[in-house]
Design a protein around this ligand. Structure first.
Ligand code: MN
Length: 481
């Protein structure tokens, strides 16, 4: 289980009594924030820093702790920043500079110079901020009182982004088959991705999956069918087809677990020895947190796993077709839409698949939730990776579409369909995305900052002209970064 280390800046100059009070107040801040129920992960008060050796020792410890997903610093008093340089130069964990203060208000009668020296973060956090900026260290800055739920929520969101970074650093992606032939945007540099994100992306033979499928027992399939019956609407007349998906799911999970993979990709062009493209199988695996990318898209498979770790109602998605009259986009995939997005209980249905030359596969069919969401995609620019995020508003589909045999989500892109699409296309955004109701643009920006990659955000205020200029300038920064 991940935790975050709370590190308080001070110095020896103030004397024992003040330092005791700093420690007491800091512990009270941490205790209250932990009991607030708002934070995503536990804060652990580690130490009040008084010397350069103290900073270095603590940062070394944080770097090597598997539990520590990030550090949160706050300077209760003044804490001279040259003291922090050697330690911060070693920092490998996400950093949030939390500019808070023990007291909410200035106590009119009590304020004197002792009070001023003790409650000095307005002063100390500026010195602390300077050294972060001077050293060019990307970090989150959050300002506000520690007892304010809105401030706590922002810290909670940053914690999720930092955990997304930890998940990324240890992520393994299993590829069955290569990318779909001739497709450009799903390609990318896997060595660079591992250097940048930590992903171990490797291929496994489809034949090994088929062999594993053949070894799945009837009892294992029965148990999987029981799970489907609890979660979804099952038609008994389709049971033979559904049992084949159950067998695929059991086999895929065995291989993923054996390798410690939390994401996978496959392609309808390489299903040698399989009767059905995994549809329901993939959808149910995604609902348990596994990342997935269709057509060999290992980048979006990894991003789906990471964004799911930051917020569960997140899923692999694809822009399919537009309602230009009403300014709406329809997203779906051939089969593989995660049921964590479903507005109602999904139905298992069996329909033929136009491509792939296999038997009609079972898949989950449902309509998506309404509400604010984000679409994200990661592209490889050759020189660097770019994360593109767009705000969207998901709506109830404006038609029943009774002959559409897949799960579907309808949304209104920001700032609107036309301008949003122009911005997305100018930025080079892919047709494969991760749609999330739980992970907003601020969290994705935080994640991109931690991973040190380019972040492009399309929202209600974005216009193509300004974005084009922004992308050109950004290219200067990132091309040689
Ligand atoms: Mn696709």
């Amino acid at each position: 289980m991940y935790e975050f280390w709370f590190i308080v800046g001070s110095q020896v100059l103030y004397g024992e009594e003040t330092l005791r009070q700093v420690k007491k107040n800091s512990r009270a801040i941490v205790d209250a924030m932990n009991t607030s129920g708002v934070l995503s992960y536990k804060l652990v008060y580690k130490d009040t820093i008084k010397t350069a050796a103290g900073v270095t020792a603590l940062i070394k410890e944080a770097n090597y702790s598997d539990e520590c997903a990030g550090i949160v610093t706050f300077c209760h008093t003044f804490s001279p920043s040259k003291m922090w340089i050697n330690g911060l130069s070693l920092l490998q964990k996400p950093w949030c500079h939390f500019h808070t203060q023990f007291n909410l208000e200035i106590p009119n009668e009590e304020i004197d110079m002792n009070y001023m020296n003790l409650h000095q973060s307005a002063h100390g956090d500026r010195e602390h901020g300077f050294i972060g900026t001077r050293m060019r260290i990307g970090r989150k800055v959050i300002a506000g009182h520690w007892n304010n739920p809105e401030v706590q929520k922002r810290l909670a969101k940053w914690q999720k982004a930092a955990v997304g970074a930890a998940v990324s650093k240890s992520l393994k992606v299993m590829r069955f088959g290569d990318n779909m032939r001739e497709v450009a945007v799903t390609e990318g540099d896997k060595v660079e991705a591992q250097i940048k994100f930590g992903w171990q992306v490797n291929t496994f033979p489809v034949g090994q999956l088929v062999e594993t499928m053949e070894q799945v027992s009837e009892q294992e399939i029965d148990a999987q069918i029981d799970i489907y019956r609890k979660k979804y609407i099952v038609e008994d007349s389709d049971l033979d087809v559904i049992r084949y998906q159950a067998m695929e799911e059991v086999a895929i999970r065995k291989l993923l677990d054996a390798e410690g993979c939390k994401a996978f990709s496959n392609t309808f062009e390489d299903l040698y020895g399989m009767k059905q493209l995994p549809g329901l199988a993939t959808q149910n695996l995604m609902s348990e947190g596994f990342g997935y990318g269709g057509e060999g898209d290992w980048k979006i498979a990894a991003m789906t796993a990471i964004i799911k770790s930051m917020g569960s109602r997140s899923a692999f998605m694809e822009d399919y077709t537009n309602d230009l009259k009403n300014g709406l986009s329809l997203g779906a995939h051939m089969l593989e839409v995660c049921p964590s997005l479903a507005a109602t209980q999904p139905r298992i249905e069996v329909h033929p698949l136009g491509i792939g030359d296999r038997e009609p596969p079972a898949r989950l069919v449902f309509e998506g939730l309404e509400g604010e969401a984000t679409l994200s995609c990661l592209i490889d620019m050759g020189s660097h990776f770019r994360l593109i995020v767009q705000d969207v508003k998901c709506v109830k589909p404006n038609q029943d579409m009774p002959n559409l045999p897949v799960a579907r989500i309808m949304w209104q892109a920001m700032p609107n369909l036309e301008l949003g699409a122009e911005c997305w296309i100018l930025a080079g955004g892919a047709h494969h995305t991760v749609l999330s109701y739980d992970v907003d643009a601020e969290m994705l920006r935080d994640w991109a900052r931690i991973m040190n990659i380019e972040f492009v955000y399309i929202n209600k205020d974005t216009r193509p002209e300004a974005l084009e200029t922004e992308l050109k300038l950004s290219e200067l920064v990132w091309r040689n970064a």
